[in-house]
Write a protein that binds this ligand. Structure first.
Ligand SMILES: [Zn+2]
Length: 354
């Protein structure tokens, strides 16, 4: 249906999105005046496909002496899962950035790719000498490409593909983290066996997207955050997690356009934020950006207008974190904001689902 119209809107929106991406600053009212419910059509054409992402990573690896690319495993549909590595000294603290456990949450990946490019510039040299960085962009590549064994009939995005939360077997990868690795879906197993178990990881930010209608104090949030909440997390790991959150919160506040709420999430060890902390003593932060790249629910799916600032929000997050670890300021940052950070509420009354 309406094939012609779809093609036209892809082109126009693609151009608009390009403008948003190249803009240096973002209006302060971007959050409140961004798309509400009924976000219009979502254009997937501005997002990297899996193949484009792999090309991008290989290009960066060729340009950047400090970067190595590792294949940590394969998806259900046998796509290689990539991790970008910067390990200058194994003794340095190590942080892992993980994106797209949920395949329909792709702007965080777009931000992570831009962050990787920035790591290749001269101004990143000091950082790379003092912190080891692991980036897994697009863990759920099958979901990201809509190459799944279930129906995508009700999904809303226009463009070249649909994107799904679940992996090809319709499993939620962010509910796998309490299992024996032999019982996990291949994507989660790759993460546990070839990353969590193999590297000494101090910090992880697990990057997601939530619905579009969460707010605190009457204002839509640009994102929400939470530390691990399982009772078995080592108290020291928890404190470090809260400081990791403080670094991110301060950086987003400094932008002037970010508005962060406290995520209301479960304590189950099956969730990455909790499982990685309990099983591997990794200090973790869940960061949920506003709005998804595709969904069957209109109030979850994000239109085009907000893409630029959400990608920017990811870049700000990753850059601030590696700086704070590299210069040790993360050790002394004041994390008391957590005590007063308002929990977000959803205007449509829906529960969030990290
Ligand atoms: Zn998610």
């Amino acid at each position: 249906m309406k094939v012609q119209k779809k093609v036209l809107s892809v082109t126009l929106s693609g151009l608009m999105a390009f403008g948003a991406l190249t803009a240096v600053s973002f209006p302060a009212h971007a959050v409140g005046n961004g798309p509400g419910t009924g976000n219009g059509s979502i254009q997937t054409s501005i997002l990297h496909t899996y193949v484009e992402m792999v090309d991008y990573l290989k290009t960066q690896e060729a340009k950047q002496p400090a970067m190595d690319l590792e294949v940590i495993g394969q998806t259900v549909k046998e796509r290689d899962i990539y991790m970008a590595k910067y390990i200058s000294n194994p003794e340095n603290p190590t942080i892992l950035f993980l994106t797209q456990q949920h395949g329909n949450e792709q702007l965080t990946t777009e931000g992570a790719l831009e962050f990787i490019k920035h790591l290749g510039t001269n101004k990143s040299k000091d950082i790379l000498n003092n912190v080891n960085i692991l980036v897994i962009p697009m863990l759920n590549a099958d979901g990201a490409m809509g190459d799944v064994n279930f129906s995508l009939e009700d999904y809303l995005a226009d463009g070249d593909r649909h994107l799904t939360r679940y992996n090809a077997n319709e499993v939620d990868l962010n509910r796998e983290h309490d299992k024996a690795t032999s019982d996990m879906e291949p994507e989660a197993r790759a993460l546990h066996e070839n990353v969590f178990s193999k590297y000494k990881i101090d910090y992880m930010i697990d990057l997601h997207h939530q619905g579009t209608l969460s707010e605190t104090e009457g204002e839509l949030v640009s994102g929400s955050m939470l530390y691990p909440t399982n009772p078995n997390v080592n108290p020291e790991v928890l404190e470090k997690s809260k400081r990791l959150g403080a670094v991110v919160f301060n950086a987003i506040q400094d932008t002037g356009w970010g508005h962060i709420g406290k995520y209301v999430g479960g304590s189950g060890e099956n969730i990455g934020r909790n499982g990685a902390a309990v099983r591997y003593d990794i200090s973790t932060l869940l960061f949920e950006m506003r709005g998804m790249s595709d969904h069957y629910r209109e109030d979850y799916a994000l239109g085009q207008k907000s893409n630029g600032y959400l990608i920017k929000q990811t870049i700000v997050t990753l850059e601030a974190t590696v700086r704070a670890i590299a210069d040790d300021s993360i050790e002394t940052v004041d994390a008391s904001f957590w005590d007063t950070l308002p929990e977000q509420k959803n205007r449509s009354g829906e529960e969030a689902d990290e």
